[in-house]
Design a protein around this ligand. Structure first.
Ligand code: SF4
Ligand code: SF4
Length: 77
């Protein structure tokens, strides 16, 4: 069975860099960007996008609900 792939979209302007999502991710996908948003926070980003399974743990723990998770069905050849 093909692996389910996921992707997350983070509203970087509303992220406050609390790191809860990166701690909650079982695949260690998320890290804080070295750049900052307009409020001066290091925002979360997908450091290892290929490992995301779309499990939604990150979105569930984000206190500001700025993460949207998408699941992609594996393509059939
Ligand atoms: S959906 Fe799951 S695997 Fe993907 S970044 Fe969020 S916690 Fe990690
Ligand atoms: S949990 Fe939410 S606010 Fe905290 S770093 Fe992750 S995306 Fe940003």
């Amino acid at each position: 069975m093909a692996k389910i792939r996921g992707a997350v979209v983070i509203n970087t302007e509303r992220c406050k860099g609390c790191e809860l999502c990166s701690v909650a991710c079982p695949q260690k996908v998320l890290s804080m960007n070295e750049n900052v948003n307009s409020k001066g926070y290091h925002f979360a980003y997908m450091a290892v996008p290929d490992s995301c399974t779309g499990c939604e743990s990150c979105a569930l723990v984000c206190p500001d609900t700025v993460i949207t998770v998408y699941r992609m069905k594996p393509k059939k050849d």
